[in-house]
Design a protein around this ligand. Structure first.
Ligand code: FES
Ligand code: FES
Length: 291
């Protein structure tokens, strides 16, 4: 059996993060180390296995601390510094799991979980985020902001359980959200103009996360024959940027960073550019190469 390659966490298990100043009574989740399966031939490539016993009963949550890779190899997933893994649900119901990136998009505080409200909460300034769609709110999604000051929520990931129910797998390639694009095929995503009419005219744009990929992308029709494709995850604190057709640049709604079509930073607080992806257009569909 081929051994899987794991990107390992570095922190000691069970360490509690201390943060001064509280906007509510939720604490940052305790941390445990985790490791991403980084073997492309593995059936759980891009997944983080965690023994359920390490998380705790319904209502418990941990931050799984991860070590992002530094080798520059292209992957269909990004390894975040931490993922908040939540054992949610009601005692009488089947177990439910949720996973969101563990850093608040407002000012980068480590997040915690309110079992009472079944919401992710930020201990610093009380932002709250959904852990799952709310049946009472049509169109709601995991990661939605339900309380300010954060303007966007962190990405939410699918969680799979092993057959014996002993292990939860955080699937970094399966982001849950309201704006999903067609699936990744051979490292590419194809957007037909028939399905994406926003791209029919110059100045139009589509922003969303391809299924099987980890980050949102922005595809912009620059003129009749030219398209641009960029990573839409802001390099400041991870909010999704928007295309401003009037200013002809990408703007982040969270703290106003701006980026040019070549990815370069036009306005801080972001300092690193957005990644640019190769894009091709055959007259009826746009193909973006992501991996
Ligand atoms: S850092 Fe989370 S609400 Fe401010
Ligand atoms: S997340 Fe802060 S400017 Fe984008």
């Amino acid at each position: 059996v081929k051994r899987r390659t794991f990107l390992s966490g570095t922190l000691a298990g069970g360490a509690m993060v201390a943060v001064g100043g509280c906007g509510n009574d939720v604490e940052p989740a305790p941390e445990i180390p985790g490791a991403v399966d980084d073997d492309p031939s593995s059936p759980t490539y891009g997944q983080v296995p965690i023994e359920i016993a390490r998380v705790g009963p319904i209502g418990a949550a941990v931050t799984v601390r991860l070590q992002p890779p530094s080798d520059g190899r292209a992957r269909p997933f990004r390894v975040p510094a931490g993922v908040l893994l939540i054992h949610r649900g009601a005692p009488a119901d089947p177990p439910e799991w949720a996973a969101l990136e563990s850093t608040c998009t407002h000012a980068a505080c480590p997040l915690g979980y309110s079992a009472r409200d079944q919401l992710v909460e930020c201990p610093c300034h009380a932002s709250r985020f959904r852990t799952a769609p709310d049946p009472a709110v049509p169109g709601s999604c995991a990661g939605d902001v339900v309380h300010l000051p954060a303007k966007q929520g962190p990405p939410a990931y699918q969680v799979d359980l092993s057959g014996d129910g002993q292990t939860a797998y955080i699937v970094l390639t399966q982001v849950l959200g309201c704006k999903l694009l067609p699936p990744l095929t051979d490292g590419k995503v194809t957007l037909s103009l028939a399905d994406q009419p926003q791209l029919a005219n110059p100045g139009g744009s589509v922003i969303g996360t391809p299924q099987g990929f980890t980050d949102p992308i922005a595809v912009i029709r620059v003129d009749a024959a030219t398209f641009a494709a960029l990573d839409a995850r802001c390099t400041h604190l991870g909010c999704t940027v928007a295309w401003d057709p009037g200013a002809r640049h990408l703007q982040c709604p969270c703290h106003e960073s701006a980026f040019a079509l070549d990815g370069s930073v036009l306005a801080p607080p972001a300092v690193r550019p957005l990644r640019v992806y190769p894009v091709a257009f055959d007259g009826s569909a746009v193909v973006v190469t992501l991996v």
